[in-house]
Design a protein around this ligand. Structure first.
Ligand SMILES: NC(=O)c1ccc[n+]([C@@H]2O[C@H](COP(=O)([O-])OP(=O)(O)OC[C@H]3O[C@@H](n4cnc5c(N)ncnc54)[C@H](OP(=O)(O)O)[C@@H]3O)[C@@H](O)[C@H]2O)c1
Length: 284
């Protein structure tokens, strides 16, 4: 297949490109310097020139707190940029695979969020991603909207890296216990995305590693697995204020992922161990 990847230098984009190459696809990997998705004409031109069968959009404005102040930029990339891609895909009859987020939900549900649950974002980043989903649905064509959550991968700043860095600096840490979600390894996500594309079963999906946890328990697992000794204490969102509110429960229900690709992703603990092992940690 000819697959064009946007945001190809980002944390997920890097692993998506690697997975495409591993499977022998022809990949057009475009970072922001090669294709800024906020330019409708540039997006149109790129798709006309490269004529991909599939476009995987890994480009996004991902600074959740920054989006509160830079709402216009978040909207330009995550909503209007996505509309540019949807329109251009429709024009060349390419399928669009778009990455979305658990933050389209408000977090008030007690159980896992289903693909068809009501979207009600509670921060500017979530609003911009929500609008991106809406634009794709309105433009139509062949698309996958794939929501994921709590990503960690080798190319990016992420929670695991932050925890390791602070631990190595000998800093004490307080981490919240009142936000639940599904940590997800970008390598596992990339493989599942490619399997999903092959089914051509266009729809909305939730793809995360299996199992749910809190940020506090996630941090504890990182230190348990690596044996790093840290002073870790629990806190909650009222005490640990951030510019953007976070959903309390953004656990994503995977139905109908297994029914579509034939499997669920490995548990997040197993994925975390593989990630740490590749970084040279002997995990317990
Ligand atoms: N990280 C998470 O925990 C998480 C959770 C749920 C969903 N997601 C979604 O998963 C996807 C991938 O996330 P990620 O963590 O891999 O993000 P990331 O590492 O921040 O990568 C995003 C990439 O998009 C690029 N980009 C930004 N603005 C652009 C523009 N106007 N045109 C083209 N490229 C642009 C960035 O380039 P620069 O670095 O040059 O700005 C960056 O390389 C996103 O859709 C995100 O919303 C992420």
């Amino acid at each position: 297949m000819r697959i064009l990847v946007t945001g190809a230098m980002g944390m997920l984009g890097t692993d998506v490109v690697a997975e495409c190459l591993r499977r022998g696809h022809k990949v057009i990997a475009l970072g922001r310097a090669e294709l800024d998705i906020t330019s409708g004409s540039a997006v149109k031109e790129a798709l006309k020139v490269h004529h991909p069968e599939v476009v995987i959009n890994c480009a996004a404005y991902t600074n959740v707190d920054g989006a509160e102040e830079n709402r216009n930029l978040a909207m330009a990339v995550n909503a209007l940029g996505v509309r540019n891609l949807a329109l251009a895909c429709r024009a060349v009859d390419a399928a669009l695979v778009h990455m979305s987020t658990d933050y389209v939900f408000d977090g008030s549900k007690s159980g896992p969020c289903r693909i068809y649950d009501h979207r009600n974002p509670i921060n500017a980043y979530g609003e911009s991603k929500y609008l991106g989903e809406c634009f794709i649905e309105t433009v139509g064509g062949r698309y996958f909207i794939v929501r994921t959550s709590w990503l960690f991968g080798h190319k990016g700043p992420n929670f695991v890296e932050t925890m390791l860095r602070l631990a190595q600096a000998g800093q004490s840490m307080t981490v919240v216990t009142d936000q639940r979600g599904c940590p997800t390894y970008t390598v596992d996500l990339a493989a599942a995305l490619l399997d999903l594309i092959e089914t051509q079963a266009y729809a909305i999906y939730h793809i995360t590693n299996r199992g749910a946890t809190t940020w506090y328990e996630f941090a504890k697992a990182i230190f348990d697995f690596t044996g790093l000794k840290v002073n870790l204490s629990p806190t909650d969102s009222n005490q640990y204020k951030r510019p953007a509110r976070r959903p309390a429960n953004s656990v994503l229900d995977p139905f109908p992922l297994e029914e579509t690709i034939g499997y669920l992703l490995p548990p997040w603990q197993e994925a975390l161990k593989r990630y740490l092992a590749l970084k040279g940690y002997q995990t317990a």
